[in-house]
Design a protein around this ligand. Sequence first.
Ligand SMILES: C[S@@+](CC[C@H](N)C(=O)[O-])C[C@H]1O[C@@H](n2cnc3c(N)ncnc32)[C@H](O)[C@@H]1O
Length: 303
Amino acid sequence: MHAFGGTWSKLKLDCVEEYARAYLKVMQKQPRYTLEYVDAFAGRGTQTVRTRGVSTDMCSFFGDESERTDTEEFLIGSALRVLRASSQARRPFDRFTFIDADRDSCDELRSRVASEYPTLMPAVNIVCDDANAALKRYVGAADWNTTRSLVFLDPYGLEVEWDLICKLADTKACDVWYLFPLGGVIRMMKNDGDLPDAWSSRLDKLFGSHDWYDEFYKPSPQQSLFGPGDEILTKDATTEHVVAYIRRRLGDVFAAVSSAAVLRNSKGAPLFALVLGVSNPSPKAQAAALRIANHLVKGLNRL
Ligand SMILES: C[S@@+](CC[C@H](N)C(=O)[O-])C[C@H]1O[C@@H](n2cnc3c(N)ncnc32)[C@H](O)[C@@H]1O
């Protein structure tokens, strides 16, 4: 196992890479399947993240806040990490689909793959498109009797639509790591429940129905003081509640759902929840996937 550490971005990437390694090991025993990896928000191959570090510079000798510096950390992104894991595995992935809506990112990723993994180029398909549209096409084109896919959904925010989640779950052949935009969702849920229509319909698309509203907004016990027709709502959208709700929603469509890792910024505020949905109906396959995923998630939540 590689040691976890550093920023939440690195933790997320370590987790998915470790899972890919373990997935390939388990799938060695299933030679009849074509194994595919799909990265739906693949990025450009590397990313630079800002971290708060401690300076070792002599200028910080006085030991006050000036010791803390913003540093830039260079990270290898998910697509290149999984190519690395696969090229080191006894049983590698047979195909890779990397999707990104940004043309420059696709071009940069293509040239990195060509220079760092030239022998894998014929197995790599880079698709410059919206992830929802491209993944739905991917799901529609694959033969799910003979294919098993590991899918990573790594959006910036609320880009993933619920009907895509349903389509992936319906394959009964995909393991899906979903970086759910916990912080964005909590921020959009205003205390008084009076959300702009655009935000409300964005949340409907994310959760697949409007039920989230009644889940997170309840009539206030003070109601009777103001009389009928003057409804006051109380918001209950804690981190734990939103995580439990999205796990429950995923459980409605996936055969099994892992525990969720809550990824936080340097001030402890929740940013994302990382969770695995397993669509394979086989209890044995689910047990293997959950054992690995829950172990990785436990490690992340302990940090
Ligand atoms: C968080 S970054 C992904 C980072 C990447 N997984 C990595 O490890 O380097 C999100 C990526 O999604 C892309 N993106 C944003 N909206 C998208 C959409 N609707 N469909 C596909 N890609 C999108 C962005 O161009 C960006 O590269």
